[in-house]
Design a protein around this ligand. Sequence first.
Ligand SMILES: [Zn+2]
Length: 606
Amino acid sequence: MSSKRHILTAVAWPYANGPRHIGHVSGFGVPSDVFARFQRMSGNNVLMVSGTDEHGTPIQVLADQEGVSARELADRYNRIIAEDLVALGLSYDLFTRTTTANHYAVVQELFTGLYRNGYIFSKTTKGAISPSTGRTLPDRYVEGTCPICGYDGARGDQCDNCGKQLDPTDLINPRSKINGETPEFVDTEHFMLDLPAFAEQLSEWLKSKGGEWRPNVLKFSLNLLDELQPRAITRDLDWGVPIPLEGWRDQPNKRLYVWFDAVIGYLSASIEWAKRTGDPEAWRKWWQNSDAESFYFMGKDNIVFHSEIWPAMLLGYSGKGSKGGEPGSLGALNLPTEVVSSEFLTMEGRKFSSSRRVVIYVRDFLERYDADALRYYIIAAGPETQDTDFTWAEFVRRNNDELVATWGNLVNRSISMAAKNIGHIPEAGELTDADRAVLDASKAAFAAVGERLNRAQFKAALQEAMRVVAEANKYFSEQAPWKLKKTDPKRMETVLHVALQLVSDAKTLLTPFLPASSNKVYEMLGGTGTWTGMPRLEEATDSIGGEEGVSTYPVITGDYADNEARWESIPIVPGTPLKPPTPLFRKLDQSVVDEELARLEAAAGS
Ligand SMILES: [Zn+2]
């Protein structure tokens, strides 16, 4: 039973229509990495996958505006996003993209399996054509007034003002974006996913999750079941995965809807990862073993795709909906163990908005501040279970009070005193009750912090870890080893030994949250080898899955499994040489707050 668990960490796919801002990475990015790193340290087999989501209308519209192809636009933002996620230290086993031949093949296989089992049916709806040319007008080229919010520039697939998905026939006063003429609506065929055919299975599955999932996520998911409707999975669009059926495959203006292909990315990326490792069947351990677990991380606007639509697709492909059926050629696939959704982050009291420039992009943030400072803020003060406001004043306060003055200070004063006076980790003499109490509390923290991390309660876990740091600081101040230098040097060495053990433990407890600075502390304490692995970019070609690739693209990967980091108190070894410490974190001047607010105002006002 205590054998290694197989844990899929499935991270929401960022949409490649621009760089990602800190609101995005606080929803899907940092929490998933904290979870994956903790599980690896606990000895479990983690597979963490994601990639950029690159199809659909918004990318095509933006590409049209810029006069480039959709693929060129996706290439640009795929690279920027991948670079930013590496800079943030997110330990993906594979971060890829949805425009690979492998992804296309897996998406088409899922479609085929669902279709064969009767969970996809075709339906005749009204589609727009241009009266002057007789050509199909893709949804994005039909504009009009939104029937829900009255916004005049709504598109035939969605309203950018209220965010609702639309059909071109929903628009009031529809017109062609190309030449302004009123489109004609003629009968056209589309495919629908039969979601009501999974109502019973989804309900049973969700009800089994009571007490495990975050209550707001479970409640929201159960409420969705009241409104289950068949959902269109194809669009009149030329940018996306072709429909793998005779008579459809070659139609230039029919593609699978972007959300249908994007959720399959978790599976296709796992298969791509397995192929890259040279063991193409390896993905199955995370998707088909009966005791494998899968945790999906996202912001709350994506819950519907992960607690309703993706599970329905997995059930249908496996032949487990109300219409039965046989598993597709990949075999039956597991349902998610947990959908871990964050709430929203706002920015100085306003909603993040790239178009209104109320935003701070990950790249700009990391040019001015350290990745661990941002990671710390996102977990300590981020939107884990309720909407939360990012403020620069709070960012500076937490950086200075908690990272610099509490954790950084403990590391600095204990290691520098030991390095200066002894040069290596000293022996401990006889321990006092106070020594034993603080060491026992530190050891006990592994179970307490670990239990919270295992349940995706990241904020509480970090608070518990920081409580240990505060206790260690208190111990150091009370024992005042600097006063013992002349009077009782043996006792000074014992106190320093205890303090360094506490620093070592705290570094381990903080590793999932602060991997880069934990690596530094490990080195200061004389550690060798890699404490915790950091991600890297590799250039890949899209030659897997059949088609010969021409261009290269960046994938994120890394070596995380055989590192030194383990989730336990590892005894420090007397005699190990110490490195004189350098500051772990940078203290930020109060003027940072004014500068950043001025920057935000200038951008939003321009
Ligand atoms: Zn609207």
